[in-house]
Design a protein around this ligand. Structure first.
Ligand code: PLP
Length: 380
C-alpha cells in the first residue's frame, strides 16, 4: 500500500497538511528558554479562543487519553464518585479511568442511543462529586448533550469533565458557557496535527478541588503543569516537534476562523449523511432532540449485500481509508470522518469511490445519486 498518498478519512488521526508537517522540521530548542515560552504562550492563547474559555490551558505531551486521565485523576479521591455516561467506546474509557482513581457510576445506554439524563441527575442527587462525559462519541458518530449535563453538574455542585477530543475545533463547544471544569482536546483530531499531544482547559473550581485530592498521577499532575505554565514551561521535557505542529495547526484554524471551521465540518458531515440517504444507507446512531449527529464523524450501518472488510479493501485499493466499527460494532457499521483540514474534494472523492464500490456489488442501483446528494450539500 502506498502510504504517501492514501487519503485517511477515518475519525483520527486525520491527514496532516504539508504546512504542519514542515513545522515539525524546525530545530529542537531548549524547553527552558524564551523561544519555547513564546511557542507555549501562543498555543495556550489560541487554544483558549478555540475552547471559548477564560480558563487556564495546559498542554500535555500524551495522546487524548492522557488528558482524560489527567482530568479524572486530578479531581477525584479514592472514596469519591464520578458519574460516567456511556453510549460508546470512549464513554467506557472514562468509566474505566473513574474506577481506577475512585468510584465510577456508569450510566449505560446502548451504544449510539441517547444518554439518560434523568439517571445522570439521580446519580448527582445522590452526591456524586463529578461527571465525566464524552461530548462527541466518535465510536458511534453522535453528539451528547454537554450543555444539559453542565447545567446538572452546576445544580448539584459537581465538577464537569468533558472529552471534547473530536468536537473542539470542529463543532460548537462553549467551555465557559456550559460550565466545563476540564475540557480535553487531542491533537490528531479536529486541529489536524499529528497524534501524541493533548490540551486541557482547567477552571478555577477544578484547581481548588485539586488541593484536596491526595492521590493523583505524577506525570499528569495538573497542579505541577499549572505551576510550570505560569513560567511558560512544562514540568517535564515536552515533545517540541509536536508543539511546533500544534502551533501551526492553531494558526491555520485561526486564519480560517472558528465559525467558518465549524461550518465546514458541519457541511462535510451533512454531505456524507445526504449521500448515505440517497444510496439507501442507514445512519447508525439514534439521536433524540437533545443529542445529534456528529459534525466530525458519520457512522452508518454496513448495507446488506457487502461485508465491511470487502468495502474497506476495495476503497483502499483506490487509496482511500475508511473506518469500521469498534468492539461489538465491528462489521456492523462503518465510519467516515469529516475532521481536521479536509476539504470538499476529500468528501466528494470518498463518496464517489464508495458509491462505485457499492454499485459494483449491486448494493446501490441508482448510480450517481450519492455523489449528487453530497455535491449539492457542499455547493450550497
Ligand atoms: C480519539 C479519541 C480519544 C483519545 O484517544 P487517543 O488514542 O488517546 O488519542 C478520546 N476520546 C474520543 C472521543 C476520541 O475520539
Amino acid at each position: 500500500m502506498n502510504i504517501e498518498d492514501t487519503l485517511i478519512m477515518i475519525p483520527g488521526p486525520v491527514p496532516v497538511v504539508p504546512r504542519i508537517l514542515r513545522a515539525m522540521a524546525k530545530p529542537v530548542i531548549n524547553h527552558r528558554g524564551e523561544e519555547f515560552a513564546d511557542l507555549f504562550g501562543e498555543c495556550r492563547a489560541l487554544f483558549a479562543d478555540m475552547f471559548q474559555t477564560k480558563n487556564d490551558i495546559l498542554l500535555l505531551s500524551g495522546s487524548g487519553t492522557s488528558g482524560m486521565e489527567a482530568a479524572v485523576g486530578n479531581l477525584i479521591n479514592r472514596d469519591e464518585t464520578v458519574v460516567t455516561p456511556v453510549n460508546g467506546k470512549f464513554g467506557e474509557r472514562f468509566r474505566d479511568i473513574g474506577r481506577l482513581y475512585g468510584n465510577a457510576v456508569p450510566i449505560e445506554s446502548e451504544w449510539g442511543y441517547p444518554i439518560d439524563l434523568d439517571r445522570v441527575a439521580a446519580a448527582l442527587e445522590e452526591g456524586a462529586d463529578a461527571v465525566a462525559m464524552v461530548h462527541n462519541e466518535t465510536s458511534v458518530g453522535m453528539l451528547n448533550p454537554a450543555k444539559e449535563v453542565g447545567k446538572l453538574a452546576r445544580k448539584h455542585d459537581a465538577l464537569f469533565i468533558m472529552d471534547g477530543i473530536t468536537s473542539i475545533g470542529g463543532s460548537e463547544v462553549l467551555v465557559d458557557e456550559w460550565g466545563v471544569d476540564i475540557a480535553i482536546l487531542g491533537s490528531q483530531k479536529c486541529i489536524g496535527a499529528p497524534p501524541g499531544f493533548a490540551a486541557v482547559s482547567v477552571s478555577k473550581r477544578a484547581f481548588e478541588k485539586m488541593e484536596d485530592v491526595h492521590t493523583f498521577p505524577y506525570y499528569l499532575d495538573l497542579k505541577a503543569h499549572k505551576k510550570s505554565a505560569d513560567k511558560g514551561q512544562t514540568p517535564y521535557t515536552p515533545s517540541i516537534p509536536l508543539f511546533y505542529a500544534v502551533q501551526e495547526a492553531l494558526r491555520i484554524a485561526h486564519e480560517e476562523g472558528l465559525p467558518a471551521r465549524m461550518q465546514r465540518h458541519a457541511a462535510g458531515a451533512a454531505a456524507v449523511r445526504a449521500a448515505a440517504g440517497a444510496m439507501g444507507i442507514e445512519m447508525f446512531p439514534e439521536p433524540d432532540e437533545l443529542s445529534g449527529y456528529s459534525d466530525t464523524v458519520t457512522a452508518m450501518k454496513v448495507p446488506p449485500g457487502i461485508a465491511f472488510d470487502q468495502m474497506k479493501k476495495e476503497m483502499l485499493a483506490h487509496k482511500i481509508l475508511i473506518a469500521g466499527g469498534q468492539a461489538h460494532l465491528k462489521g456492523n457499521i462503518f465510519r467516515i470522518g469529516s475532521m481536521g483540514n479536509f476539504g470538499p474534494k476529500d468528501i466528494l472523492i470518498t463518496i464517489q469511490m464508495l458509491e462505485s464500490v457499492l454499485h459494483r456489488h449491486g448494493v446501490v442501483s441508482d448510480f450517481g445519486a450519492g455523489i449528487e446528494a453530497a455535491g449539492s450539500v457542499l455547493a450550497a
